[in-house]
Design a protein around this ligand. Structure first.
Ligand code: PRP
Length: 171
């Protein structure tokens, strides 16, 4: 395991993203709805939210992807009840193939005044569908398997305060 982004670098990047969001939404009159994509984005979202000075509310969404199965690209979105059709910011930990983010953007586009995407990590090498990322943190070169700060390997390692390159054990 090799640390790619230590906790200090993550804190700085989250603060930078928060500043951008505060600047861009400075004039909003209704709270910005942060839609957190479970599970991975919860740690990023919790830290990002605490850098915001604009009014905001929070909702969570679970997007179950079927990337590994025959129905690749299909998504089941359990959207709960965001009950808000104003300005929406989707919070992701990572954009990989882009399928999750694209499905969420398309879904909310029809019912929100505005919808944008914020991701801590971007892995453009893996992209299968085009996605517009409005607020982008770290861009990963290549295709490392990353864990920590919300990202998992078989549900483990989400609690790590840093992001590390991880080699899954040979099966
Ligand atoms: C991860 C990540 C994104 C999605 C990105 O979620 O949190 O939501 O994959 O991949 P994509 O760009 O190829 O769609 P995952 O399904 O692993 O669930 P988790 O967040 O619970 O770990």
């Amino acid at each position: 395991m090799k640390i790619i982004y230590p906790a200090t670098a993550i804190t700085q990047e989250v603060a930078r993203l928060g500043q951008e969001i505060n600047r861009d939404y400075a004039e909003i009159t209704e709270p910005l709805l942060l839609v957190v994509v479970l599970q991975g984005a919860m740690i990023f979202a919790a830290d990002l939210m605490r850098t915001l000075t604009i009014p905001c509310t929070l909702a969570c969404v679970r997007a179950s992807s079927y990337r590994q199965s025959t129905s690749a690209g299909e998504l089941v979105l359990d959207l709960g009840d965001p009950a808000d059709h104003g300005d929406i910011l989707i919070i992701e930990d990572i954009v990989d193939t882009g399928q999750t983010a694209q499905a969420l953007l398309n879904h909310f586009r029809t019912e929100a005044r505005s919808v944008h995407l914020c991701t801590l990590l971007d892995k453009p090498k893996r992209r299968k569908v085009e996605v517009l990322i409005t607020y982008c943190g770290f861009v990963l070169a290549g295709d490392p398997f990353v864990i920590g700060y919300g990202l998992d390997y078989h549900e483990r390692y989400r609690e790590l305060p840093y992001i590390a390159d991880f080699t899954p054990p040979a099966s």
